[in-house]
Every structure is written in structure tokens, then in C-alpha cells.
Design a protein around this ligand. Structure first.
Ligand code: ADP
Length: 547
């Protein structure tokens, strides 16, 4: 600092190049340092102690002036009560003239100076000789003075003033550092990103305050712990790898997305970036910043889910379009066959000269085709009503064995080549069901068993009670079903496409109706089969609500 010429006493009383005590810029700068009314600190006390010793002056002060008082950030050798108060009113202040003049103030014997009327300083503090140099900010604002005081008259040398100037500069440097630190602290604490310093042992050396607000965790949860301490187990190896690469490759920047566990147990996503500053002595660590990107991630996930749903909806739509097309082609085929025969036979009756017997035969054919058409329409309507919930089942107490016996009796006469065998569990209880619908189920299965066993054989119908269910099986020794069709035969109009199967007349609606009825009773139906050996159809119905 360049040394300024000391002002003489009279000029200090009329302020010159300095600033008025109530100068707003000066006061603003003073307040910015946030040092007024703060307790003594060793770093400043060391300066006043040293100044006192070097200058051989009993008192040394670091005095800061606002518009009403002088505050001592540090004092050495000051009497009470001032030392404890750390302040005096302006009536006791020589330092104010350093501020208002903007120059050092040197007083050899205050008592002899008629113009310096600081009676209280002389009487109460014992100021006889005074030398003070200004504390000036970089912007040239005067905050106060670093001064030495003697209770005896004294001639201050140029060297004394130089020493004081050095102390002023040191005190100012210290104040600047404090300001700098305070600013950094303020910036750090307002950053919402988490900043970690990770040492080469991969332990955390430092973490900023953001962890308390962003993760609701304490600093102690981090410092001294491994860097992966609250990281999701699945992300830990990636993170360690990132650090290892950053360290060995001296990579300046690397990033990764990892999950940190919030204090409430939730996992939150962070975008981690890592800068290698191991080789900078003042840091000697990896600087890791973590930015919370959970909301962005969730939004991305939302978009992905919406996209997936859309794709699923599209494929369902495609599937249902395809099913619709298949359905129309099958229905038109199923309808066309009896229609063609009705058309053909009626044309013959209309156009040909026929015998009465022939007419009767043809009329019979027409009747059978019409009957088939009627059955097709009824079955389709029935299935539709059941699928769309437009059908009410008459739930009554039903004896399943009785249902089986009735069906078997009515179908026994259908084929002489088949032996129908019943194997009924006598302990089968009655349970709530729609009897007519159960008759429909058993009829479909036994009729199929007969129809798809063109070579005849046994058809065994069994019931067995097991774990709250009535289990019905219909077993045949017929054509069997290829494995790939075991599930699809329960879809509408789906029929096995082997030559033998196709030679059996059918609509492909019996099993879908069966499944629908069983579903509506809360049960399930499935088939086991070996092609060329035979099939066993299973129906399980709950008997929990038995009467
Ligand atoms: P339909 O018998 O009128 O064709 P279903 O829905 O009852 O319609 O049966 C669908 C298909 O399942 C039948 O076309 C047939 O290919 C196969 N199927 C049903 N029951 C048996 C069985 N017991 N043995 C072999 N195949 C069967």
C-alpha cells in the first residue's frame, strides 16, 4: 500500500478526501463485510498484539466506524469497559478523522492540541499520543483505521507509520478473506446441486449443505463414508468405475445417472458429473456434482409408459381387426355351406320333375341345413350375450352327478359304436349353479368326445370332489388334438384343421360357449390330449357357495 502523508490535526476536523461517516456507499461496504458486532477473533487479535509490541505502544486497535460509533474488531491493551464493549461513541473516537480525511492521523500529544476536542478519549481512554492509518476497501471506501495509542506524549516516526500501514493492509486482507468466504458459503448454501469432494481412497471428504434440503440427510451421513454410501446397490459399481476412470485417465469431466436414497427411503435420480482435481493441491480430490433429475426421469418414464400403452393398444387393435376379419370369413363360410345346400336343393325341387320321395329327401336336406343355420345363429347370439353380460344365470342348488346322468342318458342313443361310462363321486355335494347351462357344458363335451372319436371307443365321464371344487372330466379315445391347438380351440370358430377333424361337421362355437359358461360360474376349463390317442377335457367349478 502506498503511504499517504499524514494529515495535520486541524485538517482532520474538516473532512477532506475521505468520506463522511454517513456516506451511504461507505456504510453499505461496511455492512457487506458483516463484521460489526461480531466477537473477537484470534486472527485479528494477533495483529493488534503484534502491532502493539512492534510499535511499543500500549494500545492497538482495529476500529471500524459506522455513523454513530466506532466498533473494535480487535483491541489490545484497552481498558474496561471499552475492551468488553468493543465499542465507544464517536465522542471518544480519533479514528473517525482517519475515515473523514482519508489519510493517516498522527497526534503527538492530544492534550496540547487546542483543535482536537476529543476530551472523552483523552480522559476516559487515556489517549495522549495517537497514530492511525486507514482501512480502505479495493473500491477506495474507508471503513475505519488501524491505530496505535500511547498514554504518554510521543513522536511517531515515518517507520512507525509504515508499520501501521502494513498492519492496516493485513487487517484489510483478512476482512476481504472473510467476505470472500462468507460469499462462497452463501453461494454454496444456495446451490441446489449436491457437491462432494471425493478423495483418492474414494471416501467423501466434504459435502455441501444441499444434502440437507435435497436429500433430507445430514452432512455426517456423507463425510468420512465411501462415496457410494447412499447410492442404489445397482448403481454402485458404475459409480466406482466412473471414479476410477476419472482418476487414472485424469479425465476432466465424466458423467453418469445414479440413484441416491432420500432420507424418507425413496430413491431419487441424480445426474452425476465428476471432475478430477486430485492434482490441485488446494483441492486434491474428485469434485462430484449431483443434480436431482428425478422429475425429468419420471416425465421420461411417463412418456415411455404412454408410448408402450399406445403400442399395446395398437397391437390389440390390430389383433382385434385380424380377429374380426377371421371371424367374418369363418362366419360367411359357416353360413354359406347350409345356404348353398338350401339354394341347391330348392332349385332342384323348383326346376326338376321329381318323384314325391325325392322331394321329401331334398326337403329333409333343406330342413337340416336350415336347422344348422338356426343353431349357428342361436349359438352366436348366446355367446355374445354371455360375453357382454346380457344374460342372467339361474343360480340354484344343483347336483352335478344328476346333470351328468341326464346328459349321458340322452346321448347314449346317438352312436352304437361308443360306450359311455360314468365314474361319479358319491360325495359330490350340491352347489349353486345354472342347471341348464351345466347341461349345455356336459352335452358339448360328451357330444364332441363322440363326434371326434369316429372309430368309436369308450367315453368316460367322471366327477370328483376336491378342495372346494367339483372336477368334471370327459375322456375319449378319439382323434386327439395337436399341441398347438390345445388353447386356440376355445376361441370362436376355431377348429382343428386335420382331414379327420374336418370330416366331422361342426361350427367351432361349442367350446367357446363352454368356456364362457364355466367362466361365469367362477371355474375353469382346459384340455389334455395326445394326437391319435385321445383327449380329456377338464372342468373345475367352485362349490364353496354350496347350498
Ligand atoms: P365344433 O365341434 O362345433 O367344431 P367346438 O368349439 O366344440 O366346435 O370344438 C372346436 C374344435 O375342437 C373342434 O372343431 C375340434 O377340432 C376340436 N375338438 C373339440 N373336442 C374334441 C375332442 N374331444 N377330440 C378332438 N378334437 C376335439
Amino acid at each position: 500500500m502506498t503511504q499517504q502523508a499524514p494529515c495535520d490535526v486541524s485538517s482532520t476536523i474538516q473532512p477532506g478526501q475521505g468520506q463522511r461517516l454517513d456516506d451511504p456507499d461507505r456504510l453499505a461496504a461496511l455492512y457487506r463485510f458483516a463484521v460489526l458486532d461480531t466477537p473477537a477473533e484470534e486472527v485479528f487479535d494477533r495483529l493488534t498484539r503484534l502491532a502493539s509490541r512492534v510499535l511499543k505502544a500500549p494500545v492497538a486497535l482495529i476500529s471500524l466506524l459506522d455513523h454513530r460509533r466506532q466498533f473494535f474488531k480487535s483491541s489490545h491493551g484497552l481498558g474496561e469497559p471499552w475492551a468488553s464493549l468493543q465499542a465507544t461513541p464517536l465522542s471518544h473516537s480519533f479514528c473517525q478523522y482517519v475515515v473523514t480525511s482519508g489519510r493517516p492521523l498522527v497526534v503527538e500529544d492530544a492534550r496540547q492540541d487546542p483543535l482536537l476536542r476529543i476530551r472523552f478519549a483523552i480522559e476516559d481512554i487515556g489517549v495522549v499520543a495517537y497514530a492511525g492509518t486507514p482501512l480502505i476497501t479495493d473500491e477506495g471506501l474507508y471503513l475505519g483505521s488501524f491505530c496505535a495509542i500511547d498514554s504518554e506524549p510521543r513522536t511517531w516516526t515515518d517507520e512507525d507509520l509504515e508499520v501501521l500501514n502494513e498492519f492496516s493492509a493485513l487487517a484489510m486482507k483478512e476482512l476481504d478473506l472473510r467476505l470472500q468466504e462468507a460469499r462462497e458459503r452463501a453461494i454454496y448454501s444456495s446451490i441446489s446441486d449436491i457437491v462432494l469432494l471425493v478423495g483418492s481412497d474414494l471416501n467423501i471428504q466434504f459435502v455441501n449443505q444441499a444434502v440437507t434440503s435435497v436429500l433430507r440427510r445430514s452432512i455426517d451421513d456423507f463425510v468420512g463414508h465411501p462415496a457410494t454410501v447412499v447410492v442404489h446397490p445397482d448403481d454402485r459399481s458404475n459409480m466406482t468405475e466412473l471414479f476410477a476412470i476419472a482418476m487414472t485417465a485424469r479425465m476432466s469431466d465424466a458423467s453418469l445417472e445414479v440413484r441416491f436414497q432420500h432420507g424418507n427411503g425413496d430413491w431419487r435420480w441424480f445426474d452425476l458429473s465428476c471432475t478430477n482435481r486430485i492434482h490441485e493441491p488446494s483441492i486434491a480430490a474428485l469434485v462430484v456434482t449431483a443434480r436431482d433429475i428425478t422429475e425429468r426421469k419420471e416425465a421420461e418414464q411417463g412418456v415411455l409408459t404412454a408410448l408402450e400403452q399406445q403400442l399395446m393398444a395398437n397391437s390389440e387393435l390390430e389383433h382385434s381387426n385380424r380377429a374380426q376379419r377371421d371371424f367374418i370369413s369363418v362366419v360367411s363360410h359357416e353360413f354359406r355351406t347350409p345356404l348353398t345346400s338350401i339354394q341347391g336343393f330348392s332349385e332342384v325341387i323348383r326346376d326338376e320333375e321329381l318323384e314325391a320321395e325325392e322331394i321329401q329327401d331334398f326337403a329333409n336336406e333343406i330342413y337340416r341345413s336350415a336347422e344348422r343355420l338356426g343353431r349357428l345363429i342361436n349359438d352366436m347370439l348366446d355367446l355374445d350375450r354371455m360375453q357382454f353380460g346380457n344374460v342372467t344365470f339361474l343360480q340354484k342348488s344343483v347336483q352335478l352327478n344328476g346333470v351328468v346322468q341326464e346328459v349321458v342318458r340322452s346321448l347314449e342313443r346317438v352312436s352304437a359304436d361308443h360306450i359311455l361310462v360314468m365314474n361319479l363321486d358319491p360325495t359330490m355335494p350340491e352347489f349353486m349353479a345354472d342347471r341348464d347351462r351345466l347341461i349345455q357344458v356336459v352335452t358339448n363335451l360328451v357330444r364332441n368326445a363322440i363326434n371326434y372319436s369316429p372309430g368309436g371307443g369308450q367315453v368316460i365321464v367322471s366327477t370328483i370332489r376336491e378342495n372346494g371344487y367339483a372336477h368334471l372330466t370327459v375322456q375319449d379315445e378319439g382323434l386327439g388334438i395337436p399341441e398347438e391347438a390345445l388353447e386356440t380351440i376355445f376361441d370362436r370358430f376355431t377348429r382343428v384343421r386335420t382331414k379327420e377333424h374336418k370330416s366331422v361337421k361342426g361350427t367351432g362355437l361349442g367350446l367357446p360357449i363352454t368356456r364362457q359358461i364355466v367362466d361365469l360360474h367362477g371355474g375353469d376349463v382346459w384340455v389334455e390330449s395326445t394326437l391319435g390317442v385321445g383327449s380329456t377335457f377338464h372342468v373345475r367349478l367352485p362349490i364353496a357357495s354350496s347350498a
